[in-house]
Design a protein around this ligand. Structure first.
Ligand code: ZN
Length: 419
């Protein structure tokens, strides 16, 4: 295409988009789905109350077991084949539900069963309705996400929708502690799907209007520096020793700016340790650093940059330094496909006269990072209910986000199935 023609076409497309936007080109709401979403609101609220009544902090094995039983029974009631998948560490199990349809697409829905709250939090922060707010520990993060999945699937089932090859639901018990025991399972299952919708809560209206979806979240990793020196009597023969603590200090300082040259990586050394006696030249010393990642390849590049710096020079001869970057939760980064899906979600909100906001980035981690790790599935985050106060006190969801979120989830599943 010639440049002038391309320009003309771009102008025409832009004008067309403007015209449609101005004319309010949103397609009409699917009234059957919208009516079903409205009708489902009381049942969804009851599901929330049932789940919040089960205290399921990440270390609460009994509560997590109860949540697994609850969600598994609900998935079974939807006609899903269910299974428990063991976590590789920590308490609780994953619950997986599989629905088989007649269409082409493989879709995965994820949410987590654990909360950040300790036992007996309900005693001081009971379930309570106040206007548009329904309060309860974990109600937004992430029992609202589980509720959206269960009730949207019920709506679609009642509508006779089967236009998917497979829908996989996965609830994990350890999101709030980094999904260390479930992250790999999420990543491997996600690879086998076309689309993953993650159902963490959406920001409440006190933070942001428009019940936003999230396009990116930082990943986390841990950097470690280990230095091996040589012990010697600090008073009698210090010259025979090789001070690992001095070398560690040198390596921390010489690597402290390395991440600045690695796009999408940040590193801060936050802890240092030695374990020898006071009167001995330090034999071993180690440091740990907090790493934040916003690009998929940033971890490998940071590892390489740290290794190069550490190998380049040392302060104390004969010491050995090892540097490692250990994976935590990978970054969640949207691509053109997930942004197109987000635009579709905005159009669906328009059908019911709502504006949907897109948030470009957050510092908090999400399991969408595991889902996007292989780059195979299209991943989009924050399909849960809008709310506030999570990881704090007096957590709540906004009642008026229930119908839009049920409509969004059921409509976007239909759209994904169709395309
Ligand atoms: Zn969460």
């Amino acid at each position: 295409m010639q440049p002038s023609l391309r320009r003309l076409t771009q102008t025409a497309v832009a004008a067309l988009a403007l015209a449609f936007g101005a004319a309010g080109s949103a397609r009409a709401a699917d009234t059957q789905l919208l009516d079903a979403a409205r009708a489902a609101e009381p049942a969804l609220i009851q599901s929330l109350k049932d789940m919040v009544s089960i205290e399921s902090g990440s270390t609460n094995a009994a509560g997590l077991a109860q949540m697994a039983s609850f969600t598994e029974a609900r998935l079974k009631a939807l006609g899903a084949a269910t299974e428990r998948i063991a976590v590789t560490q920590g308490p609780g199990t994953m619950v997986k539900g599989t629905l088989t349809g007649t269409g082409k697409r493989r879709i995965m829905l994820i949410a987590h069963m654990d909360t950040v709250y300790g036992p007996n939090t309900l005693a001081t922060q009971p379930i309570k309705l106040d206007g548009n707010r329904l309060y309860g520990p974990g109600i937004a993060d992430d029992k609202g996400g589980i509720a959206v999945i269960l009730h949207a699937l019920a709506i679609l089932q009642a509508a006779g929708w089967k236009d998917y090859a497979q829908i996989t639901v996965l609830f994990n018990p350890d999101e709030e502690v980094g999904s260390l025991g479930s992250g790999d399972t999420i990543a491997k299952l996600a690879e086998q799907h076309d689309v993953v919708l993650s159902c963490e809560p959406s920001a409440g209206s006190v933070v942001m209007k428009g019940q936003p979806l999230l396009l990116a979240a930082a990943g986390v990793a841990t950097a470690t520096l280990d230095v091996k020196g040589r012990a010697a009597h600090a008073g009698a023969a210090p010259e025979l020793g090789r001070n690992a603590l001095y070398e560690l200090s040198y390596q921390m300082l010489q690597t402290r700016e390395v991440a600045k040259d690695v796009p999408g990586a940040a590193l801060i050394w936050t802890q240092a340790n030695t374990n020898g006696p006071l009167n001995q030249i330090t034999e071993k010393a180690s440091a740990v650093g907090d790493v934040r990642l916003t690009q998929p390849d940033a971890q490998d590049k940071l590892q390489a940059a740290l290794q190069a710096k550490v190998s380049a020079s040392k302060l104390v001869p004969d010491t050995e330094t090892t540097v490692k970057v250990i994976s935590g939760r990978p970054p969640y980064v949207s691509d053109a496909r997930s942004r197109a899906l987000a635009a579709k979600a905005q159009a669906i909100y328009k059908e019911i006269d709502r504006e949907l906001t897109l948030v470009p980035q957050t510092g908090g981690g999400t399991d969408a990072g595991f889902a996007v790790r292989s780059g195979k599935a299209t991943v989009l985050e924050s399909f849960g209910l809008a709310g506030f106060g999570y990881h704090a006190r007096d957590e709540y969801i906004e009642i008026d986000s229930i119908v839009p979120r049920l409509y969004l989830m059921s409509r976007i599943l239909q759209e994904i199935g169709r395309n």
